[in-house]
Design a protein around this ligand. Structure first.
Ligand code: ADP
Ligand code: MG
Length: 465
């Protein structure tokens, strides 16, 4: 009578397990995220503790892994026990095939090349997605790319030391300088390579002063084989940090260690930066990055859409390349938005959708992740009055909302600490640094808190994409 159905055939178990997972996930992510990224997933098979699920394309894996890895890992373990594991199968490869489908573990998004992890006991901060293989060459980035590639072969031994890459927002500076780090580590995982932005460098330095650890701090960086500092323009006006950086620079340079810097302008235009630093920045090679020409934009769009697993006709690619011209990040944003819109409405990507999306991107250009927008999302989510966050209100929940908004502003915009401070009732940069540090601390200590902040972050990114 009470016979159990044979689960492998009926799919009862995998459906039940996945539904349990969905119930947990639903409570932890924003509605739109849930609909866009989790509803399209189908459970395929449960084999002992491993649940195979089917996703529409690579991009899903990347997105979910990038935003919700912790939540998903935790959820599957909660439902299936400590050994519980989730395995992704991509739709196309599963269909019409007797062969075993291509299976990827959540921790290894398919299109990411495997980069050996640094064996050192510190985090190099390098994003494994930023590699030369997916960096499209064009006239605007040719010199910078060639120099970057040469350095990654022979760090510290070419005359390109420092390598100084400069150019406008969204043109690939961060991608390129991290690609150098990835390639160096790929060739020699024991190399000590570190990437950080000059703002974070400043934050750490201030913290080192407060905790009497300036020597340790400085020795740590003097010990690197490759030091990659992004957005060096944020050192402007920070005399003490510049002094310390000057010494670190000299030590590294003298011992033939590679230094790589990026900036929004060439060294000579960095007004407010100490002359002796400016002159050192000119010792090696300065290479600029220009907006991509039409052909390069086409190549980038083709490359990206392929890696996201979306198929776009040439007409559509050309339409986007004609309309989004000056910023590669916006081109990417457009593809992500197209993908999200089409998955959400289960519609194919047609010209109407493309036209609408391009228009949205052009009109949102100025509000594209602004500090005010971040503040709005954070306050709405935590139900705190936005105005109070901008005043000197010291109520606990207001302070928390303000700190999260400051933290996310630092992470998600190009704004300097000073600018961020100004948006929150004219507070000075040290308050922003304090907020940043205290949120980082809570993030590492409190998993629930981390999920809240992750959720906020993806909410902001999704609507800005
Ligand atoms: P920047 O640091 O100059 O503001 P990023 O390096 O952050 O720009 O680039 C913005 C986005 O565009 C990133 O996701 C990056 O991967 C992508 N991108 C930039 N240049 C290229 C390129 N030449 N080929 C492929 N992707 C690129
Ligand atoms: Mg950058």
């Amino acid at each position: 009578m009470n016979e159990k159905p044979a689960s492998a055939e009926t799919g009862v178990d995998e459906n039940k397990i996945w539904n349990e997972c969905l119930t947990i996930i639903k409570e932890n992510v924003p509605f739109i995220t849930f609909n866009t990224w989790f509803i399209p997933i189908k459970p395929l098979k449960l084999i002992s503790n491993t649940l195979k699920i089917q996703v529409p394309n690579n991009f899903f894996i990347e997105w979910i892994d990038g935003h919700y890895n912790t939540l998903i890992t935790k959820t599957i373990k909660q439902v299936l026990g400590d050994e519980g594991e989730l395995v992704y199968v991509i739709l196309d490869e599963k269909e019409n095939s007797e062969d075993p489908p291509k299976i990827e573990n959540i921790n290894k998004p398919v299109f990411i090349e495997e980069v050996p992890e640094a064996k050192s006991d510190f985090n190099s901060n390098i994003n494994p997605r930023y590699i030369f293989e997916n960096f499209v060459q064009g006239e605007g980035n040719q010199l910078a790319r060639a120099a970057a590639y040469a350095i990654s072969d022979k760090p510290g031994t070419t005359s390109f030391n420092p390598l100084f890459i400069y150019g406008g927002v969204g043109l690939g500076k961060t991608h390129l300088i991290q690609a150098i780090g990835n390639r160096i580590l790929q060739k020699d995982p024991n190399k000590k390579v570190i990437y950080l932005s000059s703002d974070i460098f400043t934050v750490e330095f201030v913290e080192a002063i407060q905790t009497n650890k300036v020597n340790e701090f400085s020795n740590f960086y003097k010990n690197m084989d490759v030091l990659i500092i992004d957005d060096i323009q944020f050192l402007i006006g920070k005399e003490k940090t510049q002094d310390l950086f000057f010494h670190i620079f000299n030590t590294l340079h003298q011992s033939g260690k590679q230094i790589i810097l990026s900036s929004d302008k060439p060294p000579k235009d960095l007004k407010g930066l100490n002359e002796r630093l400016v002159s050192r920045f000119q010792w090696g090679l300065s290479a600029d990055m220009q907006p991509p020409d039409f052909e390069t934009r086409i190549a980038i769009l083709k490359n990206k859409s392929k890696s996201y697993g979306i198929e776009l006709s040439n007409d559509i690619i050309e339409f986007i390349a004609h309309n989004i011209t000056s910023n590669i990040r916006e081109m990417e944003g457009c593809l992500i938005k197209l993908l999200a819109n089409s998955s959400l409405s289960a519609k194919e990507i047609n010209f109407d959708l493309v036209r609408k999306t391009v228009k949205e991107i052009s009109s949102s250009r100025t509000v594209n992740i602004s500090i005010d927008y971040i503040t709005k999302v954070v306050c709405e989510y935590l139900t705190v009055d936005e105005n109070k966050v901008r005043e000197k209100n010291r109520k606990k929940e207001v302070v928390l909302a303000r700190q999260i908004a400051m933290y996310l502003s630092k992470r998600l915009t190009q704004a300097s600490l000073k600018t961020i401070g100004l948006h929150f009732g004219g507070r000075d940069h040290s308050t922003v640094i304090h907020a940043y540090n205290s949120i980082e601390k809570s993030l590492s200590e409190d998993i629930k808190f981390k999920e809240t902040v992750d959720t906020l972050r993806s909410k902001i990114e999704l609507s800005a994409a």
